[in-house]
Design a protein around this ligand. Sequence first.
Ligand SMILES: [Zn+2]
Length: 414
Amino acid sequence: MDIWFALIVGVIIGNYLFSVGISLLNLAALGRTPPPAVSDIYDDEEYQRSQHYTRQSTICSVAETTCSVVILLIFIGVGGFSLLQKLSTSVSDSIYLHALLFIGLLLLASTLISLPFGWFRTFVLETRYGFNLTTVTTFIMDKIKAALVVTIIGIPLLIGVIWLFTSFGGLGWFYCWLAMIGFTVFMQYLVPTVIMPLFNTFTPLANEELTQLLQGYARRQNFRIQGIYAMDGSKRSTRLNAFFAGIGRAKKIVLFDTLLEKLTNKQILAVLAHEMGHYKKHHIWKLGAVAILQSGFMLYLFSLIVAIPGPFAALGMTPSIAGGMVIFTMLYSPISIVADLISNALSRRFEFEADKFSATTTDDRNALIEGLKILSRENLSNLTPHPAMVYSHYSHPPVDARICALNELPVDGK
Ligand SMILES: [Zn+2]
């Protein structure tokens, strides 16, 4: 057997076994008694419900992964990539059009494969547990809008990548990296102002008392914000959330309407103070720098892979940038597991720091603790995730670890 073919198939299967293995470990960790710090989040019945939810949602994800991997392996087995490349090159002589067709058709196929699972998750699983508020019209419109956004942004991006790689030879990856950094910064402005309003409605916060409380805190922390907005999260689900959108002076605070409904003003302030802590402790820039370094490393590796004819031949393709993207996506997964381990560890550390920032600057750790408990209860969070799942997938520490860390802060908060 061809060594590259064996490597590609081996990586796909290895990656699949790793992800299913972690899910199984996580399922095996269910059923334990909740840790003392979080024992009052659910009553017995709710606790059972949260565990059933974790179990069913995991089964759904494993089914989806299995289905995608089986289809991918069959596609490779019947020479699908080779056929797709022949089809896209038969249409025109332009390398750009080949790439758009090749990547476009693959994206379309993967969207169609995931569609029934997305439907099941939203209208069966999430409905069964009382999360879902999405109508069929919203679901369909979301898919159409997302496809349009991906098309409008993706086409110039793909053309740009191919142009840079074909025009600058060995330095193509470096110019591509510089362009990607610029694009990422540009998206920080585009996402909150143009893309997010396509999916949700943002209205300035109507609650005068809460606005004053939050603005007063922001002023005391010397933190510039452009405004505080309520978002109609209840258009899709009952889940609670809050976040900052944008960078620099254009930062907006966004609070889900579901969060405004379930949390007291003090708890909302504690959540906001946590988010602000991420900026004050420079987490945003640090995580941004890690992501930029990682993307540079990826582009460099990609430039090495596209220069080797072996993997293309293994899949019956002639070397091309678009074909290389597919091969790279498949071969990169073991490295991406390691990269995720590192970036998730960093992110979990930052969560503890932001919690500490919130508790000390508001001088009210209990507000954050109670807020975290409500968030966990309303989102049916798994209170006993397996450590392997936490290390590999969790960007936030499990809630009991966060509450314990808050309780361990010295009384004067310093
Ligand atoms: Zn955070």
